[in-house]
Design a protein around this ligand. Sequence first.
Ligand code: BJW
Length: 237
Amino acid sequence: MVPPSLFILTGAGLSAESGLGTFRDVDGLWTSFRVEDYATSEAFARDPLKVQGFYNARRRNLMGASPNAAHMALAALQKAWSARGGRVTLCTQNVDDLLEMAGAAEVVHMHGELKKAWCLSCDGRSAWETDLGPGAVCPQCGKEGGLRPDVVWFGEFPYHMDLITQRLEAAELFVAIGTSGSVYPAAGFVRTATARGMPTMEINLEPSDNAQAFSTRSYGPATETVPAWTKAMIGTL
Ligand code: BJW
């Protein structure tokens, strides 16, 4: 029998134990860096060097990061489902590539990817693993100074929304892992799932802003809760 389709939304908490900062926890990025100064296109237009510096530092940190047990467990779950003809959609708000490094075959990056640059001159996206700055040249059009991190800032439209809506509506279980449930449209996915009669589960360090919207909840560090849950799921096959 084909296993049920799973839609898994992940957030910063998934990568926290890999040493990548979360945003809204007490020691999160937005407590030291104001969103208005670093995560809007207006901030980038006002002070591109400051914004590029913030993302350059995070990219350097990411270059030294490794997937943790939760990334590995989700990649293994996707593989086990796929082997039985099923589908696990891994939709992440994270701009890191730790799920891919863990072996996930498909990851939907709704807030973009830190290891990609977007050229505002030619609209091309290119792989990018070093610092970005005014002297950076677009590998596609050759123009200098038009590259920004390929991430989705506040007020911008998240990526792959048609695919996400299609996969979410077709799913049979919705699971949110390590996300605060405070940034839309991702924070609204649990309500879409519930409206379609789907069971929903929150896996987080502690109850999120959205906790009451979920039918099942599991709390603790992702490196413990996620492998325990995926092991139980794979055991149902
Ligand atoms: C652990 C753990 C461990 C810790 N184990 N767990 C008013 C009402 C409603 C909406 C709006 C509004 N005003 C404006 C809006 C829209 C706005 C929005 O949502 N604003 C809210 C803040 C109110 N949204 C947008 O602008 C989005 N675009 C948009 O809406 O377009 C229109 C549209 C409409 C309809 C459909 C489609 C489109 C764009 C949002 C872009 C967000 N961008 C960022 C930056 C990306 C680049 C970067 O990385 O710098 O994305 S902001 C930041 O927040 C980042 C994250 O992906 C995102 C979510 O954060 P996340 O993952 O939830 O992290 P945290 O830190 O908040 O939470 C971590 C959680 O992990 C916590 O719960 C911890 O407990 C837990 N945790 N350690 C397990 N070890």
